[in-house]
Structures are given as C-alpha cells and as structure tokens.
Design a protein around this ligand. Structure first.
Ligand code: NAD
Ligand code: UDP
Length: 317
C-alpha cells in the first residue's frame, strides 16, 4: 500500500468532513475520523462504520493527538455563525490550538497536512471578487472575530511551519458550501431556508437581503480539496475553492420557495453585526493549478439538498 493511504480527517463527522471521509474510502484509503461531536453527528458517518478501513474516534483536537497517519485534513471547527459564536473562546482554541496540535503531529510524522481555511479570512471584503492576494477587511474584536481571526492565525501557523520546518502544507480557502447532511438546526442560510420552506414557515431574511454569497455544492468542493491535497508539493496555497456563481440572499429565498413549491412568506430580521455585504471567489488559481472548477449548478444542488431535508423531516430527525 502506498504510504499516503492512511488519512486523518479531523471534523470528519461534520457536514463536509463526512463527504470527505466517504470519498477517501471510495479511493481505497484507510480513514481515521476524529471528532468531538460538537456540531457533527455519528449519524453522518454511520453508513461508513461497517467499512474495515474506517475508524471513528471521539477526541477534541485542542488536546494533543498521538496517531500514525500519512495525510491530515484539518476540518475540525464549527462553521455556522450560530455555533462558532456560542462559545467563541473555544472557537479560537479549536482554530489555533487545534492547528498547533495537528501541525505538531504532521511534523513528527512528516505527514502532508491540509487546512480547511475560509473565505471569512477576507472579512467584509472591499475587493470583489476575492483573489488570494487580498489581505481582507476583518474586524479583530467583533462577534465573528473568533472564527475569522482564528482561521487567519491558523493560516499563519501553517505558513510558519512550512517556512521553519519545511512541512508539506496545503491551505484551502473554502467559500459557502451546502448540501445534504447539514444539520436542520445548523443555522446557515441554505439549511435554514430549506427547512423553513418545507415546514411552510416564513423564511427569515437577515437585513434587506441584498447581501450576496456564492454557494458551492459539497461534492464539487470535496473534489477540489482532494485535488489540492494530491497536487505537487510546491502548490501550497492559499487557494480559493468555491462556486463563483453569486446570488443575493433575497434571490436565494425566492429560488428555494420556487423549488420546494412552498407557500411560505418572507419575513425580515435584523442583520447580524459585521455580516459581510458581498462574497464571490475568484477561482482562477484553482482552475490553473488544480484544473478544478465546480460543475453543479445552484438549482441542481438545491434540488438534491431539498430532497435530503424533505426525507429527514418526514422521518422526524
Ligand atoms: P460542521 O460544523 O458540520 O463540521 C465541523 C466538525 O468539526 C463537526 O463535526 C464538529 O463536531 C467538529 N469539531 C468542532 N470542534 C472540534 C474539536 N475541538 N475537536 C474535534 N472536532 C471538532 O461544519 P462544516 O461546514 O462541515 O465545516 C468543516 C470545516 O470547513 C470547518 O473547519 C469550516 O471552518 C470549514 N469551512 C466550511 C465552510 C462551509 O461553507 N461549509 C466554508 C468555509 C470553511
Ligand atoms: N442569513 C439569512 N437568514 C438565515 C441565515 C442567514 O438571511 O436564516 C444571511 C446571513 O445574514 C448572511 C447570509 O445569509 O448574510 C449567509 O449566512 P450564513 O450564516 O449561511 O453564512 P456566512 O454569513 O458565514 O457566509
């Protein structure tokens, strides 16, 4: 077996992490999924438990981890504003102490390590679309800062380990990703709107709904992450991974009402502090270096996501 067959996925029982574990197993790798189940669920990986190449370990990555692997995907961190703001000190700890622990592990093992960074490192961007050379516009002391600055510090740590210890690093800046297996109470906009529409409840738009995001279907995102990990060592990133198809939150609400055939109305709620006004990835670098671009149109991805939530809600989960 090639040495890169043993893979650690932190946050592997979460939304994106569970799809990543699934893909890695399908490629024949051994997968160690580490998660403390803060926002992740055993149910997300229940279908993988029978696979002899899959192992699930409950562990909080703010504490050191001693395992033997060849690749590390560091995905552990709550990603929904509701959850990362619930215990902001812990969010910074996961991002920073978690990164230090995983980088230390990678250094000891001489393992390649990929960081799930985020478009939030650009904050409320003043440059549009966002390219990787943009340094961002981040409030260091606001309610989103635990996540934004935590992820920024993690990037710093990754690049210092690369320069100082010649570690093989990869940094992916992931933009808004959606799909099945998001928790119905996740709090992010796609799952909120789909669940509200399916239940016939009003869709709650924060602010005037003119703010934009660019939504990437999870399968496309995972493909980009895998390509980055296996790209030649010189390609370290940061690299934007996301779908450049930008949409306002108001239009997203209308689209979800249309696709669900819902009779839900739309209500307005206050805009959260520091909510970014616009967000769209420039994926020129990912196209050029990874030959990657998302292929799932928003409508198609939403249809699959709606089908998942419809089934989940019918079964009362
Ligand atoms: P998620 O909340 O579903 O998954 C995060 C997982 O990390 C959960 O399973 C959670 O239980 C686990 N976790 C949290 N703290 C932990 C800790 N201390 N130790 C071990 N496990 C811990 O969120 P997601 O959307 O799947 O996001 C996964 C990663 O991708 C995160 O690092 C997030 O910052 C990044 N990301 C996601 C998006 C997105 O739109 N989904 C965008 C940018 C970046
Ligand atoms: N949003 C909304 N209604 C919701 C949840 C979110 O209008 O029920 C808005 C939110 O204010 C933001 C956008 O949708 O402008 C995306 O929010 P999300 O929490 O999904 O992600 P992020 O802000 O981290 O990109």
């Amino acid at each position: 077996m090639p040495s890169s067959d043993r893979v650690l996925v932190t946050g592997g029982a979460g939304f994106i992490g569970s799809f990543l574990c699934e893909r890695l197993l399908a490629e024949g790798r051994e997968v160690l999924c580490v998660d403390n189940f803060f926002t992740g669920r055993r149910a997300n990986v229940a279908h993988l438990l029978q696979n002899p190449r899959f192992e699930l370990m409950r562990h909080d990555i703010t504490f050191p981890l001693y395992v033997e692997v060849d690749r590390i995907y560091n995905f552990a961190c709550p990603a929904s504003p509701v959850y990362y703001q619930f215990d902001p000190v812990q969010t910074t700890k996961v991002s920073v102490h978690g990164a230090i622990n995983m980088l230390g592990l990678a250094k000891r093992l001489k393992a390649r390590i990929l960081q799930a960074s985020t478009s939030e490192v650009y904050g409320d961007p003043t440059r549009h679309p966002q390219t990787e050379d943009y340094w961002g516009n981040v409030n260091p002391i606001g309610p989103r800062s635990c996540y934004d600055e935590g992820k920024r510090c993690a990037e710093t740590l990754f690049f210092d380990y690369w320069r100082q210890h010649q570690l093989e690093i990869k940094v992916a800046r992931i933009f808004n990703t959606y799909g099945p297996r998001m928790h119905p109470n996740d709090g992010r906009v796609v799952s909120n709107f789909v669940v509200q529409a399916l239940r016939g409840e009003p869709l709650a738009i924060y602010g005037d709904g003119g703010q934009t995001r660019s939504f990437c279907y999870v399968d496309d995102l995972v493909e980009g992450v895998l390509r980055l990990m296996e790209a030649e060592a010189a390609i370290v990133g940061p690299i934007n991974l996301g779908n450049p198809d930008e949409i306002s939150i108001r239009d997203l609400a209308a689209l979800i009402i249309d696709l669900t055939g819902s009779r839900s109305s739309i209500v307005s709620k206050p805009l959260p502090t520091d909510d970014p006004r616009q967000r769209q990835p420039d994926i020129g670098l990912a196209r050029a270096t990874l030959d990657w671009a998302p292929s799932t149109p928003l409508r198609a991805g939403l249809e699959r996501t709606i089908a998942y939530f419809d089934d989940t809600l019918r079964r009362g989960q």
